[in-house]
Design a binder for this molecule. Structure first.
Ligand code: ZN
Length: 142
């Protein structure tokens, strides 16, 4: 028998504390797949207990948890994050249309991401930021 998985929603205070952590908040809600909203999301984060660390990225484990979120919380899209050895489920609600099918993306302009790209490509940070601006302008004008 597997140990039961226990899911506990963080309070809004715990959520805002966790979101001050740069590593945790790198991947964040970027787009509502229903109405296209890009900014106003209510974040809901859950701590998952009873899952061994070796199983955090296991497909079967994640699918079971996904199913549980659909059934118990009516949340369509969730994202798994391991942070400081703890296992979290990150989700968001669109404040406009209340959809939970929110697409997550990495914040392109995050300073840590930019220095990583700089190391990988040998471009200066300024060049990278300019390139990213052009790309995101193109995407917005689509
Ligand atoms: Zn929406």
């Amino acid at each position: 028998m597997n140990k039961p998985t226990k899911i506990k929603e963080l309070t809004s205070h715990e959520v805002s504390q966790l979101l001050t952590d740069k590593k945790f908040s790198k991947l964040k809600p970027s787009n509502c797949s229903q109405c296209g909203e890009k900014k106003r999301f209510l974040r809901r984060i859950f701590k998952v207990n009873g899952v061994a660390e070796s199983k955090h990225s296991d497909d079967k484990t994640q699918n079971n948890i996904r199913l549980q979120f659909k059934q118990e919380y009516s949340i369509d899209f969730i994202f798994f994050k391991t942070h400081d050895g703890r296992f979290f489920v990150d989700s968001a609600v669109c404040e406009d249309c209340k959809s939970t099918a929110i697409v997550y993306d990495i914040d392109l302009f995050d300073p840590d991401t930019i220095s990583e790209i700089s190391k990988l490509t040998g471009q200066s940070k300024e060049e990278i930021i300019m390139g990213l601006r052009k790309t995101s302008d193109m995407l917005e004008n689509e």
